[in-house]
Design a protein around this ligand. Sequence first.
Ligand code: ZN
Length: 154
Amino acid sequence: MTKKMNVESFNLDHTQVKAPYVRLVSVIEGPHGDKIHKYDVRFCQPNQQHMEMPALHSMEHMLAEFIRNHMDGVIDVGPMGCQTGFYLTLLNHDDYLEVLSALEATLQDVLTATEVPAANETQCGWAASHSLAGAQALAREMLDRRAEWNQVFA
Ligand code: ZN
């Protein structure tokens, strides 16, 4: 690899991972002992597949909204600019298997959703760019490979 960079994922060899997977990126401890756990929730194999923006955008809305019904301490769910996955950031939550379970339950919610939450011009910055069906197809693919989520590298 090239020189060590500031961003953890820039030091990850994206040719060696095997999507889909859920990877603990980092644990940052604050001065008062609180810990921030950041996860790489990878839907697509880097440089081989990617999510289309409307589906990714709808998935982002639903992950962000629904996962909070399944776990506490969610700080943020954010899409990767490469359109291959999401970052999930949690406060004081270090149980990896519980993260997987919460994600599974959240994707089940995506499958049964009848609309994308907050997909309107009041609550979203590009309300026209959504696809419920696209997000549900992504959820189905991800759930079909649930057994692989804990395996990050090929
Ligand atoms: Zn939006």
